[in-house]
Design a protein around this ligand. Structure first.
Ligand SMILES: NC(=O)c1ccc[n+]([C@@H]2O[C@H](COP(=O)([O-])OP(=O)(O)OC[C@H]3O[C@@H](n4cnc5c(N)ncnc54)[C@H](OP(=O)(O)O)[C@@H]3O)[C@@H](O)[C@H]2O)c1
Length: 301
């Protein structure tokens, strides 16, 4: 069994990776034993994953972890992932998102192991979608600036890493991680007003789709590449909310379509971050099943 270092195991994507490995034991993750890290929320880690405390700002702590375990690969999802939080705490964002990522890339080089870094579609300005990997990024928030700086620093430290730019991700987690999906579901079910943008366009992918792609890339011989992930459907956040309402058969949801300009936010938000997945599809076997199908699967969670 190979050992995987999963940073950010207590986050939305980290939990989904744990859930994927348990529910698809014979698929792409079958040869990996996961050591998953958390910073402040040990109980958010999927119950079948071995948890380890780690602050990726602490190089000595990372060194200690590598002395304790013999890792065969890294999936790096740990991040300060809220654009609003990054806008309020840019130094913290830089230390975690840029420096932490750079050091992990160095460790992957030192130990000659594969590493996948989850970056973000937010590196683009949102005015020239759909975006492919050859399009030039133009970040419009601190979070996005730092994700792009992390990509560059990590590639420079270790040209063999894979960078996967993630789209908006949806799906269930353990009910504790902060993700828009759980919040929206709760508001819809409780008949609370849910304001959703009609002018913010995304190509969302489910957490389970993201997990399967990460393991496919990890098991491949691909090195030193940048890929975009998307769920294949391009729609507004408002349309996504109406899909949730329909599939989950929620009665009396109070969905209120609005525009980005109607809401005051710390960080600027790109309008259209649709990602082309052609390059990813040419590299691995990936045929998105669509949002309705992914949502329906969640009825059986
Ligand atoms: N979710 C999305 O829609 C989306 C979209 C595009 C890109 N992404 C990217 O995808 C990745 C995963 O996102 P996510 O939604 O799963 O994020 P998340 O739910 O906010 O989880 C972040 C994780 O990072 C950990 N963390 C935070 N600061 C840390 C530090 N200093 N040292 C070590 N760990 C630390 C957190 O630990 P604790 O919770 O234990 O404190 C948590 O496990 C991130 O790289 C994010 O930028 C996400």
């Amino acid at each position: 069994m190979k050992q995987l270092l999963l940073t950010g195991a207590s986050g939305f994507l980290g939990w989904n990776i744990g859930h994927y490995t348990v529910n698809n034991p014979t698929e792409h993750a079958s040869n990996w034993n996961i050591i998953g890290t958390y910073l402040t929320n040990p109980t958010n880690i999927h119950s079948d994953i071995q948890g380890q405390s780690l602050d990726i700002r602490n190089k000595l702590a990372i060194d200690r972890l590598f002395n304790t375990f013999q890792f065969d690969g890294i999936i790096h999802t740990a991040a300060l992932s809220s654009p609003n939080h990054c806008a309020k705490s840019p130094k913290l964002s830089y230390q975690i998102n840029v420096k932490g990522t750079e050091y992990l890339a160095k460790k992957a080089k030192e130990y000659s192991i594969p590493m996948i870094f989850t970056s973000s579609s937010q590196v683009f300005d949102g005015d020239h979608a759909p975006y492919s990997e050859t399009d030039i990024p133009n970040p419009i928030s601190i979070y996005a600036e730092h994700k792009l700086a992390a990509e560059n620093a990590a590639f420079e430290a270790n040209p063999n890493i894979i960078i996967l730019r993630m789209p908006l991700m949806y799906g269930q987690a353990n009910g504790k991680t902060a993700n828009f999906f759980g919040e929206w579901l709760g508001k819809m079910q409780n008949n609370e007003p849910l304001f959703v943008f009609t002018d913010e366009i995304r190509t969302p992918a489910s957490g389970q789709e993201a997990a399967t792609i990460l393991f496919q890339l990890l098991n491949s011989n691909i090195k030193g590449e940048l890929f975009h992930l998307g769920g294949g459907e391009r729609l507004s956040r408002a349309d996504f909310a109406f899909k949730m309402e329909k599939v989950f058969q929620i009665k009396n949801a109070n969905i209120i379509p609005c525009l980005q300009k109607d809401k005051i936010m710390n960080a600027k938000r790109p309008k259209d971050l649709s990602l082309s997945i052609q390059k990813l599809q040419n590299a691995i076997n990936f045929q998105p099943k669509g949002i309705d199908a992914e949502l329906k699967k969640m009825l059986n969670f």
